[in-house]
Design a protein around this ligand. Structure first.
Ligand SMILES: CC(C)(COP(=O)(O)OP(=O)(O)OC[C@H]1O[C@@H](n2cnc3c(N)ncnc32)[C@H](O)[C@@H]1OP(=O)(O)O)[C@@H](O)C(=O)NCCC(=O)NCCS
Length: 181
């Protein structure tokens, strides 16, 4: 597959494609009546508080995948929890406080990356590597991600390591981190 064109979300249509991909790639199927709200819940905090850390991969004239994130998770959470829109935190908050503090301190950036099924195969790596390069240039110490079991192998391939795991209902949630220094 040819390399994707990496870009920034630039238009309202780009952001609406981010919300669409977020729904399309969700771990569990999102009911039709909840799709708009689900997309807004996951995307809008990043659009408002960290648009400079959002990336899109373009193929065939459409958004094939995206990465949202930020360099300082503490600052991002403080702003979005205080002023909205509030990010989805869910089970992540059930990790031990010491681990959450370690993530914020030693792996302060975080990300979400999702790629449409038809465009997988190099697109996820390209997005994460571009994010990491920009984080390195900004002096960030490291980055973390929370995820279910399915994408763990992807993150391990990219150099992340497991820092914690908890059982949230039937499915495990992983906290993974990568140092950038
Ligand atoms: C996870 C995801 C972003 C990966 O995108 P992708 O374009 O398929 O990833 P890449 O092809 O760039 O993968 C990079 C490497 O990881 C490997 N890899 C990808 N997904 C993997 C997985 N689930 N398990 C193990 N290895 C995986 C690839 O084979 C590739 O290896 P290589 O460099 O040796 O060829 C994509 O599958 C996706 O959007 N999944 C659904 C949503 C999701 O789970 N997002 C993560 C939420 S935290």
């Amino acid at each position: 597959m040819p390399a994707p064109i990496l870009d920034r979300p630039k238009s309202p249509d780009d952001w609406s494609q981010l919300r669409e991909i977020c729904v399309e790639t969700a771990a569990r199927e999102v009911a039709p009546g909840q799709r708009e709200a689900f997309g807004r819940l996951w995307i809008d905090p990043y659009r408002r508080w960290a648009p400079g850390w959002a990336y899109v991969a373009r193929r065939d004239g459409r958004v094939a995948g995206y990465l949202t994130g930020c360099a300082s998770s503490a600052r991002f959470y403080a702003a979005s929890l205080a002023f909205g829109p509030r990010p989805r935190l869910g089970s992540n908050l059930r990790f031990p406080a010491a681990l959450l503090a370690r993530l914020l301190w030693s792996y302060p950036a975080h990300l979400h990356v999702n790629v449409r099924a038809a465009y997988r195969g190099g697109t996820g790596r390209a997005l994460v590597e571009r994010f990491e390069a920009d984080l390195r240039a900004s002096g960030a110490a490291g980055l973390h991600v929370f995820c279910g079991a399915a994408p763990v192998g992807f993150y391990l391939k990219l150099g992340f390591r497991e820092l914690g795991r908890l059982q949230a209902g039937p499915a495990p949630i992983y906290a993974l981190g990568k140092s950038l220094r």
